[in-house]
Write a protein that binds this ligand. Structure first.
Ligand code: PLP
Length: 393
């Protein structure tokens, strides 16, 4: 059975070109990049090159790139750096739909004496800008706002908001873990001070991340140790993965223009095919303003986990919109924040594509999913009730 992988917001396949670029750093080129000798120095040079490749993807300068271990570390580093560098400010603004890497950190800040404002979203996943402006104040140390949401794909107006925030002398961090490589980013056109990326979302390996730190931004390292990363992140570099990250970013630059519109076309084909063939199904989130690879579709009156299990039997890998907490399947905080009704949130499936997907794969899913939903609805008391209510109406 072939695997049809449409769960790329969870993680991506490492590109073969990336594997190839990494290989020498596991074997022949094992020197320490900080060593004085030529053997180590050539590794240091390769890391420098990777920094240039990453910088190019987001319009930064190479010395603004800090390599970390993952997106989560980049997020934590950015938020703590802003708070430590602005000790007199005790207010943080974030959103209600952040990834746990930011959400859980910000919620925990309350225990450290911070006030945290979480900007709500509407039914389509768009930010409540009135709330945002009402809460921005002179005590705000940092605004940490994702560029695009990992579940709905909805894009936030980071360029514009970051410029306004910067004018007020407040640090702006954006979690661009899902955005980088999927849509053009040019930090020089924004007021973004810090930006997080993660290797395993851009066809590089797991265990490598990037934090962009704008020149002049007050900074305090999260990992204190050696002088690596110009003193901004201690620890001997994860060399092979950094080289892989560089290569992945180089490939992403090349793919943005041609491949991403094709991916959006595949996503739309899948979405339209499923919506046409399955009644009581709808897209969660703003369809006009979202990542090209993502769709979250609610299939009312069925459980997402059951859908995933049955799709898995056909080799189809996707995600549900639920999180398993304390033994009960709760709809995700993102779908709850959007106000998606329980009957729809429970049956929500996120499909996230990559340039490796094909039209034939989309058609396969469009063929296999309708009978799965039909079978599950036949067993669903909620569906029976809904059908009965409709026929009585
Ligand atoms: N931020 C977002 C928006 C994500 O989607 C993820 C991972 O799913 C992360 C942060 C965390 O990245 P990592 O897995 O590299 O720690």
């Amino acid at each position: 059975m072939n695997t049809i992988y449409v769960d790329n917001n969870a993680t991506t396949q490492v590109a073969p070109e990336v594997v190839e670029a990494m290989m020498p750093y596991f074997t022949k080129l094992y020197g320490n990049p900080s060593s004085m000798h030529t053997f180590g120095g050539q590794v240091g040079y390769a890391i420098k090159e990777a920094r240039v490749q990453v910088a190019r993807l987001i319009g930064a300068s190479p010395d603004e790139i800090v390599f970390t271990s993952c997106g989560t570390e980049s997020d934590s580093t950015a938020i703590w750096a802003a708070l430590r560098s602005n000790p007199d400010r005790k207010h943080v603004i974030t959103t209600r739909v952040e990834h746990p890497a930011v959400k859980n950190l910000c919620e925990g800040l309350v225990k450290h004496g911070y006030r945290v404002s979480m900007v709500p979203v509407d039914r389509e996943g768009n930010l409540d800008l009135d709330y945002f402006y009402d809460h921005l104040n002179n005590d705000t140390a940092i605004v940490s706002m994702m560029w695009a949401n990992n579940e709905s794909g909805v894009i936030f107006p980071v360029e514009e908001l970051s410029r306004q925030v910067k004018e007020r002398g407040i640090v702006f961090h954006t979690d661009a873990v899902q955005t980088a490589g999927k849509m053009p980013i040019n930090v020089s056109r924004t007021g973004v001070d810090m930006l997080s990326m993660s290797g395993h979302k851009v066809h590089a390996p797991k265990g490598v991340g990037v934090l962009y730190v704008r020149k002049g931004t007050k900074f305090a390292p999260f990992m204190v140790g050696g002088h690596q990363e110009s003193g901004r992140r201690g620890g001997t570099e994860n060399v092979a993965s950094i080289i892989g990250m560089g290569k992945a970013c180089e490939l992403a630059v090349a793919k943005l223009e041609k491949e991403m519109p094709r991916v959006a076309g595949l996503r739309d084909r899948l979405e339209e095919g499923l919506l046409r063939r399955i009644s009581n199904s709808m897209v969660n989130g703003n369809r006009e303003n979202r990542l090209p690879n993502t769709t979250s579709i609610a299939f009312e009156y069925v459980e997402g986990e059951s859908i995933l299990l049955l799709m898995d039997q056909h080799g189809i890998c996707a995600s549900s919109g639920s999180a398993c907490t304390s033994g009960s399947l709760e709809p995700s905080h993102v779908l709850r924040a959007m106000g998606v009704p329980f009957t729809a949130a429970h049956g929500s499936i996120r499909f996230s594509l990559s340039p490796y997907n094909t039209e034939a794969e989309m058609d396969f899913i469009i063929d296999k999913l309708p009978p799965i939903i039909e079978r599950l609805r036949a067993m669903s008391p909620f569906w029976q009730e809904a059908v009965a209510a409709e026929s009585n109406a």
